[in-house]
Design a protein around this ligand. Sequence first.
Ligand SMILES: *Cc1c(COP(=O)(O)O)cnc(C)c1O
Length: 363
Amino acid sequence: MTAPRLDIDLGKIHHNTRALVDTLGKRGITVTGVTKANLGSVEIAQTLLQAGVQGLGDSRIENIQAMRGSGMSALMTLIRSPMISQVDQVVRYADISFNSELEVINRLSAVAKNTGRTHGIVLMVELGDLREGIMPIDVESTMRKVLQLPNIKVTGIGANLACRSGVVPEAKNMAELSLLANTLEATFDHKLATVSGGNSANLLWAFGNTKPGRINDLRLGESILLGCEPLHRKPVPGLHTNAITLVAEVIESKLKPSQPTGTLAQSAFGEQPVKTNKGNIVQSILAVGRQDIDHLGLTAPSGIEILDASSDHLIVSSPQRLAIGSEVTFQLDYSALLRAMTSPFVDKVFSQHLPIMAAAACG
Ligand SMILES: *Cc1c(COP(=O)(O)O)cnc(C)c1O
């Protein structure tokens, strides 16, 4: 097999998706399967759909276009505000987009009108994390204007927390979103089909004791793929944390000093070398690097320690020499996964094992 590669177990991804769809379904919440970490992989997208997600969400229109190109007709939502330079593709390939700027929605409306389509809009509301969203006080006036636009349908409102500032989704901010949904519906006599409460960081809230209120959809990526909730990076009970692993190949393994020799300046990535002297250590090089992974987001098997990484070399230490040509398997966090999925140098190998639960830590 080729290396480096991601071993992607579709059986485990199916299991994780189904478990979340079932648990949230009991609370009246559907799941939008987020595919942005998958670079439009049809294998993963179809697995999510087979496991019961009600639609797919991606932040890049190119990924949505790729999935459409493979013949997928599922409901697809662009979950980042469209660029004005891409409104044509957005109207053509996405059913719905998340929006927070009237100028963009105006352009979407014009394109939709010209092409005889109707484009769905979810108005994003700023609830404190300070990433995307209309300030709550301005949502009503924005919606009033959007409702006048031809070939545009306001299908819902949404919010995103915990991404930029780590603001926790909890009873208070979710109740604010619910209240806003009720107020807007009453003011405009317009049904909001979707109240999209957030991402994987909403799971602890959703599994907790507070009622979901009007929140009836969550957009889940990380928890499906990695089996973790991102607030504390703890495994979600019942989910696989090893559905996707990174495999890299050993190209050098030698006894070397733990300290560099010579006059020291900056390394390739501007970091100072570590000072601790451990005498001679077994140092091995794996053929994978910062182009392909975030080495800080990898977890090595026990006994192996990640020392550093340059563009194309991952440097590890271990008690014994590693055989040249042998492979080492790592767990990934979301950052490492994103980079590995989008690196053309990392092969993606899909399999479908019968799920056997293996409790493990999160990356
Ligand atoms: C990435 C993203 C998600 C999915 O987040 P996860 O933590 O991977 O579940 C949901 N909503 C938006 C707007 C996103 O950008």
